[in-house]
Design a protein around this ligand. Structure first.
Ligand code: ADP
Ligand code: ZN
Length: 623
């Protein structure tokens, strides 16, 4: 219970309120209820009524006298007095003695109100509190309140998305045609399981959706449920483990119990790596019993139901290689559906899907936006559209324009413009030369992507400026050795420009250097483009989706040689960049000056100056 920090305060208040309510009932409501029909009179009136024989019933209590008139329409109350022959006089007046003029606090009711009601209120509070904690910790009931008494609470938190016409369909997921094709079979199975059962085919119980974050894995899972018109349960792997010990396993149990009741249905487990990590890898940190138990329970559940129960488990991960092999064994998650980052057409489609939700002007060129957003995920593209709409509103427009879109790409992908971060004049000059250095080196090489935009407006990402290059034919997956070399030269171009112009270097190039070094290293160890080693893979890539946790797979001498070759490679490209910039010094100066003035220049403006000014040095010798 110590973990429960946040909910404490509100519940103290709730308890206080409950106490007030109970006390109020005892001391205010109850007496009021009784007094409702009672009229208080003085003893004189009582004596008079006795004398006039107007008393119907009378009851003498220890501290008061209750009586009614002859018609018994009104109950009266008066105090008790020293009155010796009261009883005799009453008898003479013909009053009937009663012991129950009003069903005063019948012992049963007062017992209910003063004992049972408070207990019920506290029970109710307990429930509320517990279900709140459930939500917070995703727990189940076995831990608290000695096994939870009041039934039905503390079941797993899986949200049930019952089929609905506005559910997500495959059409809402743009691009990802391959993944959709893969999943179509499951939809067809859920539609008509008998077709499959007749022939003896059983569906995979588990399907792993593998791909980087934001590519639409959750959407696809929902779309499968939407297409098949079946309930959708979803839970995140991290929800299973971020709670009290022992809960993960029982939560898994609950989830599957619910799912089996609702079959056919889809169970979606997001971030399955949170529970499904390789067991050996995790246990060295200790304290992973909880996760292991949860994983074991999941495996047990999956083995426990037959292939034709109609429960299909979809799980998402971006690190498939970190999963415990037990999970991917046949009969478990034995099918894998890659959900990759969208290609150019995919990006156009995603942009269009999301643009339907906002108002846009006619001039919006999705193709151009998609080109500018190479490498963006579906989630990022959705964000671009939303940002564009927000920007349009900010600028008092009724619809988002092409400019809004382009600007929001920078917002989403490169961080917000830091308009108020003021660079000193000198800094601005250095950054201008640095960026133009990149652009110029790129432009003077055959295999570089054309420059789209250069800016020296700082971003919150920390970059003081950047040069955006855009591939003409959209994405491409294969890069030639020449392209890689040109890329490295371009990366060193920023630093080279600083050297050429100012004769000194700044710290602004650290990111460039890092990238150039990484590329050079990959060329040698991964792509077999080394002069010394040729086509030998020198490393193991263990985590291809998160940029690659590569480990070197070679002897120490080899490593030393690799390091040496990396240094040589980067240095030779650096020399190439220096040479290009020296030979194009007049262009460098003019464009940097222009950029310094305007802060942002387009690729067209860049090319215009470049072509207007011939370089003065002799032609570039072949490298
Ligand atoms: P993942 O589960 O792979 O991390 P999600 O499915 O949660 O990604 O996607 C997040 C959001 O990004 C979605 O709600 C949707 O708006 C957008 N999105 C991602 N991929 C696509 C896609 N292929 N088509 C349309 N929208 C997408
Ligand atoms: Zn740079």
């Amino acid at each position: 219970m110590n973990e429960v920090k946040t909910p404490k305060k509100p519940f103290v208040i709730l308890y206080i309120i409950a106490m007030i309510v109970i006390l109020g009932i005892n001391f205010v409501v109850m007496p009021l209820m009784n007094r409702r029909a009672i009229k208080k009179v003085d003893y004189g009136t009582f004596m008079q009524m006795t004398q006039e024989q107007q008393i119907g019933e009378v009851e003498i209590r220890s501290n008061k006298i209750l009586f009614t008139d002859k018609e018994e329409t009104q109950i009266y109350e008066t105090g008790l007095m020293e009155d010796a022959n009261l009883v005799q006089r009453l008898y003479d007046s013909g009053a009937a003695f009663s012991s129950q003029i009003i069903e005063q606090e019948s012992p049963f009711i007062s017992f209910l109100i003063s004992w049972v009601l408070p207990i019920l209120i506290f029970m109710y509070l307990g429930r509320v509190m517990r279900s709140r904690m459930m939500k917070q910790f995703g727990g189940d009931d076995s831990m608290m309140f000695g096994g939870g008494g009041f039934g039905g609470i503390g079941k797993s938190n899986a949200k049930v998305y019952v089929k609905s016409s506005d559910g997500i369909k495959f059409d809402d997921v743009a691009g990802e045609e391959e993944a959709k094709e893969n999943l179509a079979e499951i939809v067809s199975y859920l539609h008509d399981p008998s077709k499959y059962q007749e022939i003896g085919a059983s569906m995979p119980k588990g399907v792993l959706l593998v791909g980087p974050p934001g590519t639409g894995k959750t959407m696809l899972a929902k779309a499968v449920a939407g297409e098949a018109n079946v309930p959708f349960f979803s839970m995140s792997g991290s929800e299973f483990v971020e709670m009290f010990v022992g809960m993960g396993a029982s939560k898994v149990r609950d989830l599957f119990k619910q799912a089996k009741e609702k079959a056919p249905c889809i169970v979606f487990i997001d971030e399955i790596d949170a529970i499904g990590q390789k067991r050996s890898a995790g246990s060295q940190y200790g304290g992973n019993d909880e996760r292991e138990q949860t994983l074991n329970q999941l495996l047990t559940e999956m083995d426990g139901f037959g292939g034709n129960t109609g429960v299909i488990i979809l799980a998402a991960t971006n690190r498939p290689e970190s999963l415990d092999p037990a999970l991917t064994r046949p009969g478990r998650f034995d099918r894998r559906v890659p959900v990759e980052l969208p290609d150019l057409q995919g990006r156009v489609d995603i942009l269009k899907v999301h643009a339907k939700k906002i108002k846009i002007t006619d001039n919006v060129d999705f193709n151009k936006i998609a080109r500018m957003a190479a490498g963006a995920s579906g989630a990022e593209l959705a964000n671009v559209i939303n940002e564009a709409a927000l920007r349009a509103v900010r600028n008092g427009r009724k619809a988002a324009t092409q400019e809004d879109m382009e600007e929001s790409i920078e917002v989403v992908i490169a961080g917000y413009q830091k308009k108020n971060a003021i660079l000193s004049d000198k800094e601005k000059k250095i950054v201008s030369y640095h960026e133009v250095g990149h652009a110029l080196v790129a432009a003077m090489q055959k295999h570089s992507a054309p420059v789209q935009k250069i800016t020296i407006i700082p971003r919150t990402s920390g970059a003081l400026g950047y040069t955006m290059q855009v591939e003409e034919e959209g994405n491409h997956y294969l890069m030639s050795k020449e392209e890689l070399l040109d890329e490295i030269a371009t990366l060193t171009g920023g630093r080279a420009a600083e050297e050429v112009v100012f004769g000194t270097v700044s710290t602004g190039a650290s990111n460039d250097i890092e990238k150039a070094t990484r590329l050079a290293r990959q060329m040698i160890t991964r792509y077999g483009m080394s002069q010394n080693f040729g086509m030998v893979a020198l490393e193991n890539v263990t985590n291809a989706y998160l940029g690659g946790d590569a480990s070197l797979d070679c002897s120490e001498e080899t490593q030393t040689m690799i390091d040496k070759e990396v240094v040589e490679l980067v240095e030779s490209m650096h020399q190439r960049a220096l040479k290009i910039l020296r030979e194009n010094r007049n262009r460098l100066d003019e464009i940097a000056e222009f950029l310094y003035e305007k802060e942002t220049i387009t690729g067209d403006e860049f090319m215009e100056i470049l072509n207007r000014r011939p370089k003065y040095a002799p032609p570039l010798p072949e490298l």
